[in-house]
Structure formats: C-alpha cells, structure tokens
Design a binder for this molecule. Structure first.
Ligand code: GDP
Length: 296
C-alpha cells in the first residue's frame, strides 16, 4: 500500500499520545521528533518538514483542548489538519474555458504516465458528458502516436494526429482547430517527454503553450520518484507556470515524498491521482482523504 511505512510510523508516534489524560510539552516534543523522522524517511522535502513540525507544535501548545477529545486526540487532529493543508486543503477541480474548447496541455518526463493519463482524463470527462479530443504531439518517441491511438480506442475518444513529420506546435494548433470544427469541447494535447529535463523540451512546450493558450497545463509526475518529482515540478512550473499536477502510480508503494511536498514547494494543486494502469483508475485528489488514509 502507498505510504505504508510513513503511515505506520506516524500512527506509532502519535499512538503513544492517544491515551494520555494530560500532555506535557515534552510528550509533544518527543512525538513530534518521531513524526519529523518519519516524514524525512518518507522523502518529504526537509523545508516542508521543518515548517510542518513548527506549525503543528505551535498549534498543539497554544490550543484549547476540545472537551470531546483527550489532549492526545487533539494533537492527532491537528496533525491530520496540517497534513491536509500541506496537500492543498480541499479538492482542486479542473477549470473549463467559457469559450470552448477547453485546451488541456499534458506535460512531464518520459515514463511518468502522460499518455496513459491523457486517456484516463478523456474517459473521466466523457463520463461528465464532455466531448474530448486527444491530440498526438509527441513526434520523437517511436510508437508514441500509436500508443495514444490505442489509448483513444480503449476509451472511445477520437485522436487527432499528423504523423511524426510535422512540427508539434503546428500539430497542436491544427488539433485545436479540428476540435472546434468537430464540436469537441475539450482538447487534450499529449506532448513529448524526455528522460531528463532539457532546454529543447521546455522551449517546445512554451511554444505550444503560446500557440494554443491552454486553460490547464497539467504536469504528470511519477510519485515513485519522490523528491525528483518535486524538482521536476519546480522546473516545469518555473518555465510553464503549470496549473496543476497529476500524481501517478499512487497505487504503488511510493513513500509519500512527492505527494506531501509538491503542493508546498510549487504552490500548485495536485488535481488528480493515478491509481493503476487501467483507464478508469484516475481519481480527483482529495487532500483530506489522503491525510486520513496516512493517519489510519
Ligand atoms: P509517458 O511516457 O509519460 O507517456 O508514460 P506512459 O503513459 O507511457 O506510462 C508509462 C508506464 O506507467 C505505463 O506502463 C503505464 O501503464 C504506467 N502507468 C501510468 N500511470 C500509472 C498509474 O497511475 N499506476 C500504475 N501502476 N501505472 C501507471
């Protein structure tokens, strides 16, 4: 299960407080030291951890204990609330253009799950009675276009391609035009990824952004890559001013670092979570549910 180790350690650290009728500052200190270690071991960004611990301590020490709770339960409640805050407080929904089609630009490193997520998102939107179109702008990776076509077929969503001999910026523009003509109210653009962030990739994405003015720029990151995912998010955000993040592979045994740091570091919301390889396995990201899951 995702975050298993973190979850276990946090429950362990906080469990000790649960039964206590009275809490001294020392009790809280000891528990929070364990919480801190657990978060660092889960690969959460150290600045994020530091602020988190300070925020919890400040609230725990200063707060009036609610009558219905033991002091220990009160601390757990605060940790839960602060974890939720860390991940963005509440669900952050997709934005739609008032003047359709809504253009959604998908970006990210190769292997993060971009193409899969593009298909999943198309399916999710189709279920909301939208009429999405997928556009294949990855002209570099062999079989990338074919892969999007296969994904499109799986979710019964049309795919616009111009082969691999055209400029991705032109394909993106033509794709949006095609969508307009055919009554597609959503155009999802799948772009090329690289193994590492490079200048050419960024420049191409900036050019596509300029050409099609996307309402959403969703960065797809692999939650299994921990702090690397956070660095990737920072860089993409700097260059493209992304509108949101999709965390993939949360069905795996990711430690938690990416999920718990990305929002705080980039100040951009996590909008969706990829929960498996199947097309149905994309969910809106709920910070409160995730926090509760971590705390058990
Ligand atoms: P791209 O290079 O970014 O377009 O990545 P792909 O869409 O080709 O995905 C790379 C691999 O990750 C594929 O094998 C996908 O099936 C897998 N994948 C994508 N999202 C998820 C997810 O949420 N969970 C799991 N378990 N696998 C995923």
């Amino acid at each position: 299960m995702v975050f298993e180790s973190l979850s276990e350690k946090l429950q362990n650290a906080l469990g000790k407080l649960k039964g206590k009728g009275k809490l001294t500052e020392k009790d809280v200190d000891i528990a929070m030291r364990e919480v801190k270690l657990a978060l660092l071991e889960a690969d959460v960004n150290f600045k994020v951890v530091k602020k988190f611990i300070n925020d919890v301590k400040e609230r725990a020490v200063g707060s009036e204990v609610m009558e219905s709770l033991t002091p220990g339960q009160q601390v757990i409640k605060i940790v839960n609330e602060e974890l939720t805050k860390l991940m963005g407080e509440s669900e952050s929904k997709l934005e739609f253009s008032s003047n359709p089609p809504t253009v959604i630009l998908m970006c990210g490193l190769q292997g993060a799950g971009k193409t899969t997520t593009a298909g999943k998102l198309a399916l999710l939107l189709k279920k909301q009675n939208k009429r999405p179109l997928l556009v294949a702008c990855d002209v570099y990776r062999p079989a990338a276009i074919k892969q999007l076509e296969v994904v499109g077929e799986r979710v019964s969503v049309p795919v616009f391609t111009m082969g691999d001999k055209n400029d991705p910026v032109d394909i993106a523009k033509a794709g949006v035009e095609h969508g307009k003509k055919n009554g597609n109210d959503i155009v999802i653009i799948d772009t090329a990824g690289r193994l590492h962030i490079d200048e050419n990739l960024m420049e191409e994405l900036q050019n596509i952004k300029e050409a099609v003015n996307p309402r959403e720029i969703l960065l797809v990151v692999d939650s299994m890559t921990g702090q690397d995912a956070v660095t990737v998010a920072e860089t993409f955000n700097e260059k493209l001013d992304i509108t949101g993040v999709v965390l993939t592979k949360l069905d795996g045994d990711a430690r938690g670092g990416a999920a718990l740091s990305i929002r705080a570091v980039t100040e951009k919301p996590i909008k969706f979570a990829g929960m498996g390889e199947k097309m149905e396995q994309l969910e809106p990201f709920h910070p409160d549910r995730m926090a509760s899951r971590i705390l058990g």
